[in-house]
Design a protein around this ligand. Structure first.
Ligand SMILES: NC(=O)c1ccc[n+]([C@@H]2O[C@H](COP(=O)([O-])OP(=O)(O)OC[C@H]3O[C@@H](n4cnc5c(N)ncnc54)[C@H](OP(=O)(O)O)[C@@H]3O)[C@@H](O)[C@H]2O)c1
Length: 263
């Protein structure tokens, strides 16, 4: 059974995994609301989806690093055409030892990766629970399965996303609302351009479409699981972390993101 949203809100839809979610849902006939900062990117994707699938594609330009974004989005959209599916996908990573991180940048990282995601989930979940239908996918990362020295803020942010989402999965399940934490491994998007290096990519790359297909398979199940990891190798490595002593996990993770010269 394939899950078809009526109207899906997708953050970070100007690129990568978010744009792939928008294309996949529009292909299933869903109207979409595309959120990010780059208006030109959002406008051209909205035009593409409208003409390819005849769906309504609306764009909302918003910096998700500001406080209260859940309420801002809910207010801008209004009650007329309710959102039944949310993809909290916008996010970015930084890679430096914490002592050398830019303090302002890591505050933005937590604001976008964590605070905005919680705010949007909090704003859009209650009406879904009331209607007894809906879905929220929060994009975590395989970095959520172990702390990553050199990416301490990013890996901790994604661990928050996964833990938070799994708890909300349990809370929302009795009402029939699907909640999923999606963990991609390295994926061919603009993510590593923003990080500034591909050294931090651990494992084989997937495409954004492969990641979205993992999410859709989970969403299409009658009983959607709390978490999905994209890619068999990524699932294996996330599982093996639990068997290895913590000091060794930290050493391996540090070496893995340090880049080939340091491995
Ligand atoms: N690619 C990977 O290897 C990988 C692996 C694991 C997890 N992830 C996660 O997957 C998600 C999507 O990333 P991606 O790989 O598709 O990277 P991407 O191509 O860089 O896309 C990131 C998206 O987030 C949006 N965004 C960033 N900061 C924002 C802000 N302040 N306000 C609004 N939107 C903002 C960007 O839009 P604008 O710049 O237009 O605002 C863009 O649409 C992220 O949460 C990332 O952490 C990625």
């Amino acid at each position: 059974m394939s899950y078809t949203p009526r109207r899906a809100l997708i953050t970070g839809a100007s690129s990568g995994i978010g744009a792939a979610f928008a294309r996949a849902f529009a292909a299933r006939g869903a109207d979409v609301v595309l959120v990010a900062r780059r208006a030109d990117r959002l406008d051209s994707l909205a035009a593409e989806l409208g003409s390819a699938h005849g769906v309504e594609a609306r764009t909302l330009v918003l910096d998700l690093a500001q406080p209260g974004v859940g309420a801002i989005l809910a207010e801008r959209l209004g009650p007329a055409a309710p959102i039944d599916t949310v993809i909290n996908n916008a996010g970015f990573g930084t890679r430096s030892p914490l002592a050398r991180e830019d303090p302002a940048l890591i505050e933005r990282e937590i604001a976008v990766d964590v605070t905005a995601l919680v705010s949007i989930t909090r704003a859009f979940l209650p009406p879904m629970i009331e209607r007894g239908r809906g879905a929220i996918i929060n994009v975590a990362s395989t970095a959520s399965y172990q702390p990553v020295p050199g990416m301490a803020v990013y890996s901790a942010s994604k661990a928050f996303v996964r833990t938070f989402t799994e708890a909300v999965w349990h809370e929302a399940r009795p009402a029939g609302v699907k909640v999923l934490s999606l963990s991609p491994g390295p994926t061919r998007t603009e993510f590593f351009d923003v990080v500034g290096t591909e050294d931090a990519a651990v494992g084989a790359f997937q495409t954004a479409e492969q990641v979205v297909n993992t999410a859709l398979r989970a969403l299409d199940k009658r009983s959607t699981p709390p978490s999905a990891i994209s890619g068999a190798a990524n699932r294996l490595s996330a599982a093996s972390v639990r068997l290895v002593p913590r000091r060794l996990v930290l050493d391996i993770a540090a070496r893995a993101v340090a880049g080939p010269a340091h491995r």
